[in-house]
Design a protein around this ligand. Structure first.
Ligand code: DAH
Length: 344
């Protein structure tokens, strides 16, 4: 046994591995669970007690030698590796960085704002937390109007009605703020996020985005409203897109209408998107009710105007054929990536 240890000792002392693999083979050969040291210790159990006294010491020294050799070599391999990684070749091409893209709603909002800017509209914004006056009362909502109900509105403070504070349910509130703060003429577009107390599904969400439009001047008529929105539709969906106005009701406009466009997908032939009617609704509009003008201190005998409001999600769905509203707020990169080519 002593002679075996001597032989192995020389082998260990002379060992000079060139690769990390050679070092690993060394570890397995000497220090592994089925390695030489394990075998020697097994053999040691069988020797006589006198021999044990001498051999025990020798064997332990041998074990320490093997272990020390292994740790020393391992360390030197590691530092060599670090050094080589600091000597990287910087002329190699890098691993590409992924580009971000704009959110589809931002893209469509931008496109809409740009169309109206060409007609001289400016952009205005207002707060998302609103009081009763700006969200409802000034807009001619009667006290008992269902839209004021707890089911639709997220109230932050609910008192007597007049002092209520809520998350705005539409961007029409910005109309009021704008008209209160200035003097006619007004020609503005007001984009923003709005909130409604609705269960989240493919077709409804508790928050979404709108763009409000406002035009106030002397002698503004329904014909101006129609022409403005007609131009908008031709620009956004392409020439030849038809429009139609259906009578409707909003407390803040009189007369009120909803505007449909010929289905962008089937071009009016009938498909799932337009429920086989050939038409899809895209916005609400009307002539501003004289009560609203008076509420904000504008002489309704001298001035008239029109307003309109559209949901950006709806316009985007029609443009890109998106069927589930939840996709807009889930931040799924697989969805968002599809709009990356449209970097503006
Ligand atoms: N505020 C309305 C809504 O959220 C949309 C709307 C309709 C706005 C008619 C208007 C308008 O300015 O004239 O449903």
């Amino acid at each position: 046994m002593q002679s075996k240890i001597d032989l192995y000792t020389t082998e260990i002392q002379r060992f000079e591995p060139k690769t990390a693999e050679e070092l690993e083979s060394f570890r397995i050969k000497f220090l592994g669970t089925k390695g030489i040291i394990k075998d020697l210790f097994d053999e040691f159990k069988a020797v006589s007690p006198e021999e044990k006294r001498v051999l025990g010491k020798v064997l332990n020294q041998f074990k320490q030698l093997a272990e020390q050799k292994y740790t020393d070599l391992k360390e030197s391999f590691e530092t060599k590796q670090e050094k080589s990684s600091s000597e990287q070749d910087f002329t190699l091409p890098g691993s590409g960085m992924e580009l971000g893209g704009r959110h589809p709603l931002s893209l469509v909002r931008k496109e809409i704002l740009e169309i109206f800017k060409r007609l001289g509209f400016v952009v205005a914004e207002g707060p998302e937390i609103e009081d009763d006056w700006h969200n409802f009362s000034a807009l001619n909502f009667p006290e008992e109007h269902p839209a004021r109900d707890m089911q639709d509105t997220f109230f932050i403070k609910k008192n007597s009605g007049k002092d209520d504070i809520a998350l705005r349910t539409h961007t029409s509130s910005v109309q009021v703020r704008l008209m209160e703060a200035g003097k006619p003429p007004f020609r503005a577009l007001m984009p923003g996020r709005v909130y409604r107390n609705e269960a989240i599904s493919a077709r409804a969400h508790c928050f979404f985005h709108q763009i409000e439009g406002l035009y106030v001047d002397e002698n503004v008529s329904f014909a101006d409203l129609k022409q403005t929105l007609y131009y908008f539709v031709q620009e956004l969906y392409g020439e030849g897109t038809k429009v139609r106005f259906r009578p409707s009701f909003f407390p803040f406009t009189e007369p009120s209408a909803e505007m449909d466009i010929s289905c962008t997908i089937c071009k009016g032939d009938g498909c799932q998107m337009c429920k086989h009617s050939g038409w899809v609704e895209i916005l609400g509009c009307g002539m501003i009710d004289p009560n609203v003008l008076e509420n904000v201190g504008i002489d309704s005998k001298k001035y008239s105007g029109f307003a309109f409001g559209m949901g950006i999600e709806r316009i985007t769905n029609l443009k890109y054929q998106i069927k589930d509203l939840r996709l807009f707020s889930e931040n799924d990169v697989r969805f968002l990536k599809q709009f990356q080519s449209e970097l503006i």
